[in-house]
Design a protein around this ligand. Structure first.
Ligand SMILES: NC(=O)c1ccc[n+]([C@@H]2O[C@H](COP(=O)([O-])OP(=O)(O)OC[C@H]3O[C@@H](n4cnc5c(N)ncnc54)[C@H](O)[C@@H]3O)[C@@H](O)[C@H]2O)c1
Length: 349
């Protein structure tokens, strides 16, 4: 069966909560490809004009501006709202026996994530998460290689992702400290931390976390973790380009791959030889992975398939990120710390 093949005829009623930038480029193009889904889809956004705009663009018949109006009416919900709403909105749908697919981060707090997973179990429905980089064939291959001991004992993992923030957010919530003062670590961090936890099959310990926040959303963060003898560093930035790659070093070789190079895995052997593994894939760009995810979500709803990313699997990453924020310190910024001296009455003379 291909990654997007469907089982069963029944078309569920799905609500897409949050019709922002990601819904537009990822969820809607994927949802409308599956026969009958668009006809029953409900778009929900507190900004009614935004939902209407996407409804006319994608041929959707029904829009609602308050999700509470449709609780109990839908088979499933996709939660693609600002981060602080993932927990309360998912809980409301789960309590009304709807299957939920929730965007990353599953929740801001591990206690909330655990409550969500427990609620899904209690209600007899599924809770899936979207940590897109897990869907990459390269990520799956890394997991397989590490589990098979291809690199031997691991010495280090480094993951860096930095580029100037240009994402066309519809609501601007990423920078709204009244909703959440958390920035790049809660936005890009879930992908990085989840991949590492998943690859290791365990939760690494937090050694340190530094970022540049003065109370609002941090734009740069540096995290150090450890797992046995393996030292892990994660560098994230919304301000500048970083080498967008991961480097995994073991006693028997090294994998160095671009984060979005999902079609290959190069392994450098101690001899200096590089073994290149090519991977089969249908996706041409990042947003195409929405098709794989939605195909699975439909099969989860109508045929009881296992979610590609069960929410319970990502809890270790929520725990790590929560611990990072709890222990975070600000980068040394001597130019700020010296401001008092610069503007003292003595320097003004
Ligand atoms: N997996 C990925 O690679 C990836 C990429 C981008 C964004 N995302 C995630 O998708 C989610 C949405 O991000 P975005 O960039 O589309 O944000 P956005 O700001 O573009 O859109 C958010 C939308 O939610 C709406 N909204 C706010 N409160 C609401 C409420 N109470 N009920 C219904 N709608 C409400 C806003 O009006 C807005 O239209 C976030 O969780 C983000 O982390 C994931």
């Amino acid at each position: 069966m291909s990654s997007t093949q469907q089982r069963g005829e029944y078309v569920p009623t799905i609500a897409l909560i949050g019709c922002g930038a990601f819904a537009e480029v990822y969820y809607l193009p994927a949802l409308v490809r599956f026969p009958g889904v668009a006809e029953k889809l409900i778009l929900v956004d507190s900004n009614g004009a935004r939902a209407q705009h996407l409804a006319s663009r994608f041929g959707i018949h029904r829009c609602v501006d308050d999700y509470r109006a449709i609780l109990g009416e839908v088979d499933a919900a996709i939660v693609a709202t600002p981060h602080d709403l993932h927990y309360p909105i998912s809980m409301d749908f789960l309590q009304h026996s709807a299957h939920v697919l929730c965007e990353k981060p599953l929740a801001e707090k591990a206690s909330e994530a655990r409550e969500m997973v427990a609620e899904a179990q209690r209600a007899g429905v599924t809770l899936s998460a979207n940590y897109t980089q897990r869907l990459f064939p390269s990520s799956v291959k890394v997991k397989e290689l590490l589990a098979g001991g291809a690199l031997g004992k691991l010495a280090s993992i480094h993951y860096s992702w930095g580029s100037l923030y240009t994402w066309p957010t519809a609501s601007g919530f990423y920078f709204n400290a009244r909703l959440s003062p958390k920035g790049v670590l809660l936005d890009r961090g879930p992908h990085a931390v989840d991949l590492i936890c998943w690859w290791l099959g365990d939760r690494p310990a937090v050694v340190s976390c530094q970022h540049d926040s003065f109370g609002g959303a941090e734009a740069v963060a540096q995290v150090e973790l450890s797992h046995g003898d393996c030292a892990i560093t994660i560098a994230l930035s919304w301000l500048n380009e970083l080498p967008n790659e991961y480097v995994i070093r073991g006693e028997r070789g090294e994998i160095r791959n671009g984060i979005e190079d999902w079609w290959r895995i190069p392994i450098a052997l101690p001899s200096g030889k590089v073994h290149k593994i090519k991977l089969a894939h249908d996706e041409q760009d990042y947003f195409d992975f929405g098709r794989r995810l939605i195909a699975n979500f439909l099969n989860v709803i109508r045929a009881g398939d296992k979610p590609l990313i069960p929410a319970g699997d990502v809890i270790p990453s929520v725990e790590v990120i929560e611990a990072c924020y709890r222990t975070a310190t600000r980068f040394a910024m001597p130019w700020y710390e010296n401001l008092g001296t610069l503007w003292s009455p003595a320097s003004a003379r």
